[in-house]
Design a protein around this ligand. Structure first.
Ligand SMILES: [Zn+2]
Length: 226
């Protein structure tokens, strides 16, 4: 009853479209659930994300749940997740993403590894958005989540105004791993919120590929095809 009273004055709204949620809905409305643009990249080994990454480092598969467009519902979701203290967006969409990946090579992975934030940024935000996505995927796929293997060495400077070349140099070797033995010969999935140039993923992959015989898969919540 208290929840009903609160929602009377502060109606809960959908994180993707901003419309009021019905009682049975949480975080994202049914309309958005149905209409958010899925990439279906897991059905196409040579998908556009694969094409962006191939040749830069060895990996076994790459997929993204949604397609990112500016001023779209996916952009609003990512904004909620990163800047509006709405970690539930990551957990819920991660859960759906995991359900989508059942019966694929991704579902046979041994561990989920989210791209880490710099500790000071994580403290400021209160959570790592990629970790929240991985948390949701972990619950629907039944694969363990490991947040303490990959780490970020230094804070990166603001990258948005730099060109691709500078950006790549800036993040090139800012990631490392705490343990090279733990996942030897294992299948790991590296998880990010959104991939654009792939520079961050490439930098993480360079660290993870220090592990002998590791099978590397890439999964992002959204992909911005440029
Ligand atoms: Zn909605």
């Amino acid at each position: 009853m208290i929840k009903d009273l609160i929602s009377l004055f502060y109606p809960e709204v959908c994180a993707a479209c901003g419309n009021s949620l019905f009682k049975h809905e949480e975080v994202i409305c049914t309309q958005c659930y149905v209409h958010l643009p899925k990439s279906n990249y897991h059905k196409d080994p040579n998908n556009p994300l694969h094409k962006v990454l191939v040749g830069r480092f060895p990996f076994q598969g790459a997929t993204s749940f949604y397609l990112f467009n500016k001023k779209s519902r996916v952009q609003k979701l990512l904004h909620e997740l990163k800047y509006k203290n709405n970690p539930e967006v990551g957990v819920l969409t991660g859960k759906w993403f995991g359900e989508e990946l059942k019966d694929t090579a991704f579902s046979k992975a041994d561990v989920l590894l989210p791209v880490p934030l710099h500790p000071s940024k994580q403290q400021q935000r209160g959570y790592n958005q990629s970790g929240k996505i991985a948390e949701g995927m972990s619950s629907s796929l039944g694969i363990q989540l490991e947040e303490n293997l990959l780490y970020r060495r230094t804070a990166t400077k603001t990258q948005t105004k730099k060109d691709k070349g500078d950006r790549w140099q800036n993040v090139e070797d800012i990631f490392d791993i705490h343990d090279q033995k733990k996942y030897e010969g294992k299948r790991v999935i590296l998880i990010d919120d959104v991939i654009t140039t792939g520079a961050t993923i490439e930098a993480c992959a360079n660290a993870l590929l220090k592990i002998n015989n590791v099978e590397l898969y890439i999964a992002s919540l959204a992909f911005a095809d440029q």
